[in-house]
Design a protein around this ligand. Sequence first.
Ligand code: GLU
Length: 472
Amino acid sequence: MEQIITRFPPSPTGFLHIGGARTALFNWLYARANNGRFVLRIEDTDEARSTKESTDAILESLEWLGIDWDEGPCYQTERYDIYKTYIQQLIDNGHAYYCDCTAEDVEAMREKARATGKKPMYDGKCRDKGLPAGENTVVRLRTPDTGATVVEDVVKGATSLMNSEIDDFIIRRSDGTPMYNLAVVVDDLTMGINHIIRGDDHLINTPKQILLYQALEADLPVFGHVPMVLGPDKARLSKRHGAMSVGEYKNMGYLPDAMLNYLVRLGWSHGDREFFTRDDLIELFSLKALGKSASMFDMDKLSHINAKHIQNSDPEKIAGHLIPFLAQKGVTAENDEFTHGVIGTLQARSKNLVDMADGAFFYYADSIEYEEKAEKKFLKPAAVEPLKKSADYIDALESFDEKNLENAFKQVMEETGLGFGKIAQPVRVALTGTTVSPGIFEMILALGKEKTVQRIRAAADYIQSRENSTPE
Ligand code: GLU
């Protein structure tokens, strides 16, 4: 079987948005699932609106998502010579012709068609004039007058459009630059693209593109047009529904794997399963399971999926994404065993990486600031003895593990006659500054013996010096 080659061709006129990322993902997955190739093409022929910043932002978001490409990025603006050759070929074999009609001429034709109840379009006036190239000539494709153009779509099924409804459309402007549909078809053809999955907002271009393939005597690719992503109010997803760009989700602390998992479910399904790793998706993805009906973007679902991915990912993998969030809080963390231990205590408690960085902060702090309420409640003079004893017993442990930590606390309980809470709560405040944290033992194990002992002693000293300096 022929190797599957797919593509993602963003126009660099803004960031990578949710819908674009989903299109890229479908094409990438289909290539990866079938040992195919995935091509990245930058459609920058609209030179007034295309920017280098947008291209960079799109590439960065794709890289963050882990959507990698086998070829490209190729830029349409560097391919004008290729388009020229194909346009010339179409002219030479009679499928295209020069036209010198002015915009006013064409408007008059449209007006005439409207007046007789026909579809307003160019009427083919220059078709058989055999005009030469000139300063003010465009090139038009000679489209068939009879029959129909059928789009066989793997998602939507077959739709057909009467050829009488398609006018001889422009493929080259008078300044020599190619029109959008011509560039897309020449690119897809020369890049060997045989599967095109894209949003159904492009369906309007597909019959014209098919006519171009036919004029070039080329095989058609497989087309799949996926319904647009909608907002919760069923209107097309837009800014007013919330963040649109992939970069914003990165900044909000979503994991790329969670984003992929969520995006793929906006149009693709595998029974009613919701959780997929990247490898699951590569194994299971197929075009057959792309849905016909539009999906709604649901922040709560995304947030839920993200929490699940945080829970199930390897701490080492999470660390790479978490470290920049810690850096924003002034914490320099390494992707090392300490950080992996910290993450291990927070995975079940964090919805996103912003949460996780908040929860991780105390582990890295040089000294602990006690929250007022926590201090009042737990760092009382009566806590000095259990704190000191806890520090001593923990310090004396030869093997620093959960079992021995439990024993150390038991010994403090026996010696002081206090219940577990009366010891553990002051210790928790000593270590974290607050009353809410991961489980005491797992937290101590992640923090390490030295920091634990030092922080507990610091809290005992703090209580004593506070008591000594405050008058009764
Ligand atoms: N450049 C187009 C876009 O960004 C995609 C064209 C296509 O998929 O054929 O919407």
